[in-house]
Design a protein around this ligand. Structure first.
Ligand code: PMP
Length: 414
């Protein structure tokens, strides 16, 4: 490794500077320090190579042609589906729908599920820490069908108020949709327990795994949720890729989302019959290159070791928490006992975006603002926070640079 101090010995064959070409670049005359991983992570060469190889040697349209390239592209695309089935331990590839990302997956479920299952007076239960993409599609579905959005509270430390969630479940609850790991607070929610509780009321369940996928180790059979959604671009994969997992019986019971090619069996002007799963939910030519890249990202994570990723990120979280708290007037927003590699903070007498803009001049990328969780920021009475979020390629030295940068910014701003 490039002399960087790490919380553990990473596998010898992985050099992050070689694996992630973008980490070599400078920003504003400084070495890039990339702490905006919760928004989108950087991509290893393994993923970039897989996409290039697909376009250089294998591309054609899928599921349609008898010719060699079409069959090759179909094989690559369907192998990627099998790879992603394995990534989340789903029972069957029929349960793996390729999407553009997490938002796309939630919108698909909200539209198709509501059409079939949501009726006047039914309730959808979410939490105060949801990303806008796990709020707005449900609001739209409720508006359409006369349903009601119910919101479970978050406690002061950023944990879910589980008792409140439990008390808001009733026979009216049609679906519980909850984030696995909060992008704004880092809180890890007890999704297995929530799913089991929701089932007692006959409610369906969706887990937003956008921030959990980059850590790996997801087991949808164990969680036992009806739906699990995530994006590829936050887990070292390409933009425009994502997975919607749905239990086969539940997906079978819902109508299609979009109509078009691929999702049909037969079409006449009088009547159309729909394709089987998973194709019923994949209208039009899919993003094959993104699927191939996503599968390569899952390979990268496995090659590196999901346990190693977790250990590195936890070490970084702990170190960054200690070091940032050295700063006078700095407060961390989100201190739940179960927390992962996201630190949201504010500093007395400063605005988060001013801090972000100043440290950007030092080559340090953090996110500032409401993180697409405006209701959560309103609850805490904040305009937003600065958020540093870590990936396996980050180092202790980079955290030292962040702390020095924030100290400098605070000095300038006060
Ligand atoms: N949910 C959470 C928790 C997220 O962090 C994000 C992305 N910030 C999303 C949903 C939406 O993901 P995407 O924009 O990739 O669809």
């Amino acid at each position: 490794m490039e002399g960087a101090t790490r919380p553990l010995d990473i596998p010898e064959n992985i050099s992050f500077i070689e694996a992630f070409p973008i980490l070599k670049r400078e920003v504003n005359g400084h070495k890039l320090v990339y702490f905006d991983n919760a928004a989108s992570s950087q991509k290893p060469r393994q993923v970039l190579d897989a996409i290039e190889e697909y376009y250089f040697k294998e591309h054609s349209n899928v599921h349609r042609g008898v010719h060699y390239l079409s069959q090759l592209a179909t094989d690559r695309y369907e192998s990627a589906r099998e790879r992603m089935r394995k990534f989340i331990n789903a029972k069957s590839t029929r349960e793996i729908i390729f999407t553009k990302g997490c938002t796309d997956g939630i919108n698909l479920v909200a539209a198709a599920f509501a059409k079939k299952h949501l009726h006047e007076g039914d309730e959808i239960l979410i939490t105060e820490m949801e990303h806008h993409s796990n709020i707005v599609p449900w609001q739209m579905a409720c508006d359409d069908k006369g349903g009601k959005l119910i919101v479970a509270n978050v406690l002061e430390d950023g944990s879910l108020d589980y008792k409140d969630l439990k008390s808001k479940l009733s026979d009216k609850t049609k679906l519980v949709s909850v984030v696995h790991i909060s992008n704004a607070l880092g809180t890890v929610n007890p999704v297995k327990k929530i799913v089991a509780q929701a089932k007692k009321f006959g409610a369906y369940t969706l887990v937003d795994g956008a921030q959990a996928a980059p850590h790996g180790g997801i087991d949808v059979k164990d969680i036992d949720c009806d739906f699990y959604v995530f994006s590829g671009h936050k887990m070292y994969g390409p933009t425009g890729s994502g997975i919607l997992y749905g239990k086969e019986s539940v997906l079978e019971g819902m109508p299609p989302y979009q109509g078009g090619g691929e999702m049909i069996k037969t079409v006449s002007f009088e009547k159309t019959t729909f394709n089987e799963l998973p194709f019923k939910y994949e209208a039009g030519t899919p993003n094959m290159a993104a699927a191939v890249g996503l599968a390569a990202a899952a390979d990268f994570m496995d090659d590196f070791g999901v346990g190693n990723i977790a250990q590195i990120e936890n070490g970084l979280l702990q170190y960054a928490t200690e070091r940032l708290l050295e700063i006078d007037g700095l407060k961390i927003i989100g201190t739940a006992p179960e927390k992962t590699s996201v630190i949201s903070f504010i500093v007395d007498g400063t605005h988060p975006s001013d801090i972000g803009a100043i440290i950007d001049k030092l080559g340090i990328a953090v996110r500032t603002g409401h993180h697409c969780t405006q209701p959560l920021m309103d609850k805490f009475g904040l305009p937003g926070t600065c958020r540093a979020s870590f990936a396996a390629y980050n180092t202790f030295e980079e955290i030292d640079s962040l702390v020095a940068g924030v100290k400098r910014a605070v000095k300038m701003l006060r």
